[in-house]
Design a protein around this ligand. Sequence first.
Ligand code: NOJ
Length: 535
Amino acid sequence: MTKQPWWQTTVIYQIYPRSFQDSTGNGVGDLPGITSRLDYLADTLGVGAVWISPFYPSPMADFGYDVADYTDIHPMFGTIADFDELLEEAHRLGLKLIIDWVPNHSSDEHPWFVESRSSRDNPKRDWYVWRDARPDGSLPNNWLSNFGGPAWEYDEKTDQYYLHSFLAKQPDLNWRNPEVQEAMFDGIRFWLDRGVDGFRIDVAHVMMKDPEMRDNPPIPDDWQRQFKEHGEYDKFLHIHDKGHPDVHQVFRDFRALLDSYQPERYSVGEIHIADWDEWATYYGEDLDELHMPYNFSLIHAPWDAAEIATRVNEMEAVLPEGAWPNNVLGNHDEKRLISRYGPDAARVAAMMLLTLRGTPTIYYGDELGITETYIPPELQQDPWGRNLPGAGRDGCRTPMQWDKSPHAGFSPPVAATTWLPLTEDWQSQNVEVQLNESGSLLSLYRALLEYRAGSAQLTVGDYRQLDSPSGVYMYERSHSGSRVVVALNFTGEPKSFAMPADGRIRLSTTGARAGEALSGSVVLGPNEGVIVEIV
Ligand code: NOJ
């Protein structure tokens, strides 16, 4: 197979560390827990890289996306020694380890912010974004927090406001101050020196704002939502409070830092941008910024063959020469995949995710079909949901379901409870049960991952959409003259289509048709997807 960078041929698996494996019995997952499950990822499932959401010291106002120390581990998750062991074991099993980096904001309990807020002339005052009220006494500008309410918090002691694009407990760092960049890059070096393979960068497009801090304009009448409902926040066009082009220099510097390490390190940015051209700028003009901006277009698409195909083609069309695509269908901020599409379509979605061109990211538990879980108000944990009813993300963060033992094997039996409840069907939907069922979703994921790993067409091959009847998305992946065709029926009706050439089914989402020869007109069952090798 062609030698391509590891991050192009791998499959990434995202772990929300609170929810993967609890080793202590306190009901919350931790790093030793993850280490104990790495063989599941490397051998049973067969992914190549793991991204772990934040595990840093934190008051947990936003479950770790409020970092109080960028170079340590929250005691609840373990110690640096536990981290080193996790990394060593991952590498021993051939897994790459990607960690979360949260540069836009720290916790208000980070010592930098504690200093910054201590007085107006503290040397770290300018490490955060402080502003006076407007002359009429109103807030410095009209910017709003993503999590509800104004993006400004008044600090009585120093009589100024500080900026927080998320919670008030998450003050924005001032990336226009070179000392901030230096200190944050020191934190990156700390992890690079330990051997981490890459970083997922939290809200990478939010780090740089309009230097004049102008008001955001209201949305125009023809505005259409691209991302999920944000309440009051949706009433403005967010053109000044994020996305300033000065961020590109930060990412060029960041990339130069990564590139000074061997073996090759990797970066993927969390970038929520609806404009494709702007999204593509995050690769850098000379591919010298992020290895990838995350592509969230499919997560937000309705389950519709034409709509999905359009988004894939749009993304392919804007990729700069040599840039590598990626696809995501679930993460810790979005409703669970199976609950968005339904159980039958979830199988087709798995096939699509693992056969489109580019690096896929699987969200933990999606391979089992863990559903979005209703969390009663008194058990809700997510601050966003508490600020804006309905926006809570707890439902997609419930504990991993390993087996039929108490707490689904997530917590040891001694645990009184788990930090979020399990899904109702955990006794029938868990790793142990699904491993023994050839028709399970987990078995399908394993088969797809195994097939993909051995297929140059799927890992590095070209992509071309093929003509297909409405409701069917069909594409070809080709490499060195050999081709596979992927045909996905997005509907509950059988669909017939013409095979572009004779072929043989290698994998079907229904599991029933492997080996079947196809030629001429063929029929796809309802919600069926097939991978066909052209002979
Ligand atoms: C994006 C993260 O994915 C989300 O979980 C977090 O709440 C916000 N950034 C703020 O850090």
